[in-house]
Design a protein around this ligand. Structure first.
Ligand code: NAD
Length: 502
């Protein structure tokens, strides 16, 4: 295999896999189809990858099914050891993964170096350690009986992920599923498959047995839909939009497979009058502008006390204007392009919607005026003053686009925060301890950050309520998502007939 020019130009020094990973081998798609992978910095073609369709998914499920008995019965400590080795391999190949993610998604290398890659390794390591700590229970039942409950893996799980954090999501999805003893067919988003394929290669190198993990990049309506309806898939773990989440639930009905959904969000970020403003300004910028706002937990709705709104907005806009946009491969770049042209257009459309609805565009709202960036999928950091019931305050934009709305009374702030269909991430900034905890109690969301935003850790459950989905990733919580209880009854005296209640 030769190194394609786009990879060479990105500083990569070895060929990158572009085929499907099925049964431990990189193979062409049965139908021979391919998908062009584009560089969002300038929309040039990076490479072609094999396009998985229904028949490829079927083949991958078959391999995962065949690998399940041995993998699930392996000593859990040995499974964990393989995940620990994988974490080491990710760190040893960090520079390559950083560049590949930057090239494929537009994540600035400085973010990928500080966040995506270390978080991916940490997550595989955390669940590697978890593998042999999944305990059952011994409920106190009738005298004469022992009842033990063991947690068993589900079988083949299908995992479908979006394009915003493809590398990190390999670990969020695969690490707990593998630790629990399941085998996997994972479908990366069709536009960002490269780091997932590289992780598959590393999995093979560290000795994860063939067929335990299979990677099938392909389109949602073909490969994704087949995985969701497949009768031999016992669970779908999905991260993506709420609309697709609904389709997956419908497709799951055939064999009543389990479904776990991490969907959209419209995170409220509430700033009280007593907030320490410099921290709230910096934290709010991180909450919305990191990864170009392409985060389900982004703090995309600032809800601020009217007395501090002007000062906050002025300083926040100055910070937004100072963010350096550029080539994600350049270490000085603080914000890269959005991940696709189509998505850039969608985000820009929301500036028009805001203006039509009477919102005030404080800064941004357009692509940057720069010859160097004009072919890329860039959007300037955008701040819009808008009323809370406007479309831009209700619909997920999923870009560097944040609304600012004001409140006077505390109850009003809570009502505004809870007034959307989503309930994923949320944040608040105050120095009043009881108010902070009162809001943490009353906000309808899966996660609340107090005087911070968007902090995640593999030990802490991640997920949402309402139309943000159900089920949790991470923490011990997720081990329950990837295992099912089996209740075993033992009559301790085999000579005595069992006791029945009449
Ligand atoms: P999307 O729903 O369009 O696509 C996500 C994945 O689903 C892709 O792999 C796609 O190919 C696949 N897919 C599409 N149609 C399908 C179908 N009919 N059956 C099966 N699979 C199908 O979402 P997107 O636009 O790629 O991603 C952005 C969305 O993801 C946003 O709404 C964002 O909030 C959400 N997201 C949620 C979380 C979370 O943890 N809650 C994290 C990141 C992103």
């Amino acid at each position: 295999m030769t190194i394609l020019p786009a990879f060479k130009n990105a500083g990569l020094t070895r060929p990158i896999q572009t085929k499907l990973f099925i049964g431990g081998e990189f193979v062409d798609a049965i139908g021979g189809g391919t998908i062009d992978v584009l560089n969002p910095f300038d929309n040039s073609k990076i490479c072609e990858i094999a396009e998985a369709r229904e028949e490829d998914v079927d083949r991958a499920v078959e391999e995962a099914k065949a690998a399940f008995p041995a993998w699930s019965r392996m000593d859990a400590a040995d499974r964990g050891q393989l995940l620990l080795k994988l974490a080491d391999a990710i760190e040893a190949n960090a520079e390559e993964l950083i560049r590949l993610e930057a090239l494929d998604t537009g994540h600035p290398v400085r973010d990928a170096r500080k966040l995506d890659v270390p978080r991916t390794a940490r997550c595989f390591r955390y669940f590697g350690g978890m593998a042999d700590k999944v305990e059952g229970s011994l409920p106190p039942v009738y005298p004469g009986f022992i009842n033990y409950v063991q947690r068993e893996p589900l079988g083949v799980v299908g995992q479908i992920v979006p394009w915003n954090f493809p590398l990190m999501f390999t670990s969020w999805k695969m690490a707990p599923a593998l630790a629990a003893g399941n085998t996997i067919v994972i479908k990366p988003a069709e536009i960002t498959p490269l780091t997932t394929l590289r992780i598959a290669e590393l999995m093979k190198e560290v000795g994860i047995p063939d067929g335990v993990v299979n990677v099938v990049p392909g389109y949602g309506h073909t490969a994704g839909a087949r995985l969701s309806e497949h009768p031999d898939v016992k669970k779908i773990a999905f991260t993506g939009s709420t609309a697709t989440g609904r389709r997956i639930v419908q497709a799951s009905a055939g064999n009543l497979k389990k479904v776990q959904l991490e969907l959209g969000g419209k995170g409220p970020n509430i700033i009280f009058k007593d907030a320490f403003l410099p921290a709230a300004i910096g934290g709010s910028a991180w909450a919305i502008f990191h990864n170009q706002g392409q985060a389900c937990i982004a703090g995309s709705r600032i809800i601020i006390h009217e007395d501090v709104a002007d000062e906050f907005t002025e300083k926040f806009a100055a910070l937004a204007k100072s963010i350096r946009l550029g080539n994600p491969l350049d270490t000085n770049t603080e914000m890269g392009p959005l991940t696709s042209k189509m998505h850039q257009q969608r985000v820009l459309e929301y500036s028009k919607i805001a203006a039509d609805e009477g919102g005030e565009i404080v800064t941004g709202g357009k692509a940057p005026d720069s010859a160097e960036l004009e072919n890329g999928c860039f959007v300037e950091p955008t701040i819009v003053r808008a009323t809370i019931d406007s479309r831009v305050c209700q619909e997920e934009v999923f870009g560097p686009f944040v609304t600012v709305s004001t409140f006077r009374e505390e109850e009003e702030a809570l009502e505004m925060a809870n007034g959307v269909i989503y309930g994923l991430g949320s944040g608040l900034w105050t120095q009043n301890l009881s108010r902070a905890h009162r809001f943490a109690r009353d906000i309808q969301a899966g996660m609340v950050w107090i005087n911070s935003y968007k902090v995640v850790h593999p030990a802490s459950p991640f997920g949402g309520i309402g139309e943000s989905g159900y089920g949790r990733e991470m923490g011990f919580e997720v081990m329950h998502e990837y295992t099912q209880p089996k209740s075993v009854w033992v009559n301790v005296d085999a000579q005595v007939p069992p006791h029945y209640e009449r």
